[in-house]
Design a binder for this molecule. Structure first.
Ligand code: IPT
Length: 1000
């Protein structure tokens, strides 16, 4: 239905590699006193399903759009009404595969195209001199702009600004702006990032007045010489004017250079100076940070000091609005990052909304600003016709680099430019690097995809395992493919631009990476993949909220929940992975020496001393607070250490307290005063040391202390102490008044994403092949004895002659197990022995049991408060914690093993309203989990809303767990955390927990 008025040729830009026609030259983004008109808000909108279905004359000022829909700008049209019934198409998720045939630069005929219209009134005081510029901060993926029916031009490069000169089309009074936005364009081939495909005018739009004699572009050069303590300032511009920095007493001509003593900008000390550039026609506000970035002596340095990057990869994401974020959300991200000891962001994989960088300057983060470029899907076609290597695409790639660098060059926080992500190799990348070096020699260039690293300033890799990272740290890595480049690359500092894949439960192995970073100067840290789960908030038919991932919108090709791999959930609730990362990268290392009665503090910051911190100590007896107080620690300079003696009060507290209680000292470093990103008192770092072990738990019930451990056999039942057993199966069926699905050996866990995926095959597949999810328990004997019950079983899977021998020895528990109960507690010692040939790891080795759902109130003494596994254990501290069963669940978007608490000495479960419950304890700590559903249900569900409660609390009590690793994209579980079948003994005491004992 192409109309006469719609010239077919005018749509050629859609499939053209040309980055755009009629655009103004890229320039810096700055705040000016020139007039502007915000064009965000409610626009008229119509979605055509192809170019053939466009509205003839949609751009005409008098076109009747009264029947059109409404759509807010900025937004992505697929996100409209997303929680209910999406109104305009749906989001679609793919990682690398293009969701259309790879035939560059052509795109499918089914090319949803949004037609946008809005009116605006030019303010009466809009100057009649100067020019009017329409500025689009981001439009996905290609668009054409008409003002009052006059075509202004077209553009591509979704996450980059585009400006058009609107002067000649602009009218006094009423104006009509019309924009056509195409979901697919040639530009889509350059935007194959691992994320939802979303379309529309998703970043702000404004009409800017550009005064005569105003500022065009400007480039602030603000360096810092750490040897002299002086900053040099020179502001380059195409305008004539003066630059003033009142605080420094500077008043310079554009282009003039001044050198003055300054406080430098660093991410730790984000010192900004307010400045102004004034021309005859305009005043521009600047915020200047003085710092110098170099790569010298093989290290990436700022102000002469090598950095240790504790970074994350950040996509822009909001579960309701997609990649359209408010400033509040941007600030929330940075505050959350700073509160979790994160000091760096890679803007994966495109330049963020410019306002995010303003906040990074202000609050302090090191930023790698990455260009809007990814051609990953060409990999699936042997990299044939990859735009990075095809001269026909050179202008398009250079255009993107230029637009990023020009927009963001005045941000102190941006310390490196990245050419893009996963775009293979090719001369166009080199051309981008060359251009960038020429235009901005003050910033190194990053690109990960070309391991020969010929034209970059840092050697960057993703997901290298610990062993390889160690070799790189030592400079003994494999040579480059091009021998000539080897020497260059060996001279470069190293960063892991992606590591620690935060998909689902995990990532494991972060502590081991951090140790390598701290050990080898060449390893300057890395960036966790990634900051946030890109889940889309939706509702089930019956109104329950959940977060959708790939495939949930019926996409034909998609990559499932691979889009949910962040340290925060889509609603920005921190996951246990973020808490773990915070601990692993804590910038201040505290060590308690209980024997010497000292505390040592090592300042791992690169610039700031510890003057912003105060130190606090706390003694706890079996998790119950004892003494506490301040620890005076003189300010420690960056990189230095200090040892201080315990204050008298601490020594006294350490020596006091109830005899026999397990006593711990916790020392924490907290903010001394409010910071812009966290209030005073916010904890930055901590350490714990055990001061006294608990009283040893009796090895067996001492005569006379064990209560009524008399054994009675009565028909089908065996009674031992408070326990009632089924005489046939030997399983506990009741403890006191609490019905119990008695404990039995269990090795299964609902596979985590890291269990299920992997470069070298999936661990979970091996587990399933070995039948670990369908073990059968054969009872060989049930032997009542003298106050004991011994149950011998053989546990094995259909088809296999490998087995686990499980022997359950029940006896009276020592009196300590009862803890407020009436005695009659039972001790279970489980002995597990592998029989036959085992060639798989085990997910876990322990017990499972179930009690009525009413026992929903849980408290424990052990590690917490959150989940912890052998290789994600750093952030869990020993203490006394309480939660209801629901609160123990971690709601990963794709249900999987979660919620296990480590190093538990005892755990009690009681009805919320009081009443008889259950207490588990043991001579050695164990892991435990309590869930309202079984592991099998957890395994079967694809979304949390599919998890079905069955009236029970399912308990697992483990002697051991396999580590978590990060195999969903990266190395698997390190050898020391792999759980191989081996003889194992687990001793757990089962006691009735009195109505009052549980409620402290
Ligand atoms: C790497 C990508 O750069 C990133 O965008 C994301 O997809 C990540 O993987 C996995 O979540 S590329 C991969 C082939 C290592």
């Amino acid at each position: 239905m192409l109309s006469d008025r719609l010239d077919h040729a005018s749509l050629d830009y859609v499939e053209s590699r040309d980055p755009g026609q009629g655009r103004l030259a890229p320039r810096a983004r700055y705040r000016s006193d020139a007039m502007s008109l915000d064009l965000n808000g409610d626009w008229r909108f119509r979605l055509a399903d192809s170019l053939r279905a466009l509205t003839p004359g949609f751009e005409a000022p008098d076109h009747d759009d009264s029947g059109w829909e409404h759509l807010p700008v900025p937004s992505s049209w697929q996100m409209r009404d997303i929680a209910g019934t999406p109104r305009f198409g749906t989001p679609a998720y793919t990682n690398l595969v293009y969701p259309f045939p790879v035939d560059p630069p052509r795109v499918p005929d089914a090319n949803p195209t949004g037609e946008y219209r809005r009116e605006f009134t030019l303010p009466e005081d809009w100057p009649d001199t100067g020019r009017g510029v329409l500025r689009f901060e981001g439009v996905d993926s290609a668009f054409a702009v008409y003002l009052n029916g006059v075509p202004l031009g077209d553009g591509k490069g979704s996450r980059l600004p585009t400006e058009f000169d609107a002067t000649d089309a602009l009218r006094p009074g009423r104006n009509v702006l019309a924009v056509r936005v195409h979901q697919w364009s040639a530009g889509s081939y350059l935007e194959d990032q691992d994320m939802w495909w979303l379309s529309g005018i998703f970043r702000p739009v404004a009409l800017l007045h550009r005064p005569e004699d105003g500022v065009g572009d400007l480039f602030v050069h603000a360096e810092y010489d750490h040897l002299t303590g002086k900053g040099t300032l020179r502001v380059e511009s195409d305008a004539t004017g003066r630059v003033t920095v009142p605080e420094l007493g500077l008043d310079l001509a554009v282009g003039e250079r001044a050198e003055v003593p300054v406080e430098p900008w660093t991410a730790e000390t984000p010192r900004l100076y307010d400045a102004e550039l004034t021309t005859a026609g305009e005043r521009v506000r600047l915020r200047i940070g003085f710092r110098t970035v170099t790569v010298s002596g093989g290290l990436l340095r700022v102000n002469g000091t090598p950095l240790l990057l504790r970074g994350v990869n950040r996509h822009e994401w909001d579960p309701d609005t997609g990649r359209t974020l408010t400033v509040g959300t941007m600030r929330q991200d940075i505050e959350l990052m700073k509160r979790h000891n994160i000091n760096a962001v890679r803007t994966s994989h495109y330049p963020p909304d410019g306002r995010f960088l303003d906040l990074c300057d202000e609050l302090g983060l090191w930023v790698i600003d990455e260009c809007d470029l990814e051609t990953h899907g060409f990999y699936l076609n042997g990299w044939r016709n990859n735009p990075s290597a095809d001269p026909a695409w050179r202008d398009a790639l250079l255009d993107r680099m230029r637009r990023m660098v020009e927009r963001d060059k005045n941000h102190a926080s941006v310390i490196m430019w990245s050419l893009g992500n996963e775009s293979g190799t090719g001369d166009n990348l080199r051309a981008m690097a060359d251009w960038s070096h020429e235009r901005d020699p003050g910033r190194p260039v990053h690109y990960e995809g070309d391991w020969d690293s010929g034209y970059v300033d840092v050697y960057s890799r993703m997901y290298a395992d610990h062993a390889e990272t160690d070799r790189i740290g030592r400079g003994t890595e494999d040579p480059t493919t091009d021998p000539e480049l080897d020497e260059h690359r060996r001279s470069l500092p190293f960063i892991l631009c992606e590591y620690g894949h935060a998909m689902g439960n995990g990532p494991g192995g972060l502590s081991e990476y951090q140790r390598l970073f701290e050990q080898h100067p060449r390893l300057q840290g890395g960036f966790i993949w990634e900051w946030i789960d890109h889940g889309v908030r939706r509702r089930t038919a019956d109104g329950r909220e959940f977060f959708a991932y790939g495939g949930d919108f019926g996409e034909v090709v998609h990559d499932g929940n691979f889009v949910a791999d962040g340290l925060v959930f889509p609603d920005r609730v921190p996951s246990p992975g973020l808490t773990e990362f915070k601990k692993v990268v804590e910038p201040v290392a505290i060590r308690v020496d209980a024997a010497a009665r000292t505390v040592s503090v090592r300042n791992g910051l690169d610039f700031a001393d510890t003057g912003h911190l105060r130190f606090h100590w706390q003694v706890e007896d079996e998790g119950v607070p004892g003494g506490q107080g301040e620890l005076t620690v003189p300010a420690v300079a960056a990189g230095d250490s200090i040892v201080v003696g315990w204050p008298r009060e601490l020594s006294e507290a350490a020596d006091a307290g109830p005899a026999g209680a397990e006593r711990w000292l916790t020392v924490a470093a907290r903010l001394a005063k409010d910071e812009p990103w966290a209030p005073a008192g916010h904890e930055v770092a901590w350490a714990q040391e055990r001061l006294a072990p608990g009283a040893p738990v009796a090895a067996a019930a001492a005569p006379g202390t064990a209560g009524p451990a008399e054994l009675r056999v009565d028909g089908g039942r065996i009674t031992l102490g408070d326990g009632v057993f089924d005489a046939g199966t030997g399983r506990l069926v009741r403890l006191g008044t609490v019905p119990v699905e008695g404990p039995r050996l269990d090795v299964w866990r609902a596979p985590t994403d890291n269990d299920s995926r992997g470069r070298h095959g999936s661990e979970a597949e091996k587990w399933r092949a070995a039948g670990l999810d369908r073990l059968e328990h054969k009872v060989l004997s049930v032997e009542p004895g003298e106050g004991t019950l011994t149950v011998t079983t053989r546990v094995a899977a259909a088809g296999s002659d490998a087995a686990l021998s499980a022997v359950y020895r029940w006896s009276a528990a020592p009196a300590t197990a009862s803890e407020g109960g009436a005695g009659g507690a039972l001790r279970l010692t489980l002995e597990v022995r592998p029989l036959g040939a085992w060639d798989v790891t085990l997910p876990r080795v322990g017990l499972r049991a179930a009690v009525p759902a009413a026992l929903s109130s849980v408290s424990w003494f052990g590690a917490g408060p959150h989940e912890a596994y052998p290789d994600t254990r750093a952030a869990a501290r020993v203490g006394r914690f309480a939660s209801d069963v629901d609160g123990l669940q971690t709601p990963y978007l794709f249900p999987q093993e979660n919620g296990s608490r480590a190093d538990v000495r005892w755990v009690g479960l009681a009805p919320a309203g009081g009443g008889e419950g259950l207490r588990l304890s043991g001579p050695s700590p164990f892991s435990f989990a309590a869930r309202p559903w079984s592991s099998e249900r957890l395994d079967a569900a694809a979304h949390p809303t599919e998890l079905v409660r069955d009236g029970l609390v399912h308990l697992t009590v483990d002697a051991a767990q396999q580590g978590i690793g990060s195999a969903s994209c990266g190395p698997g579980v390190l050898p020391e955390y792999r759980l191989l079948p081996a003889p194992t003994v687990l001793t757990v005491d089962w006691a009735v927990w009195g109505a009052t004992a549980g409620t402290e």
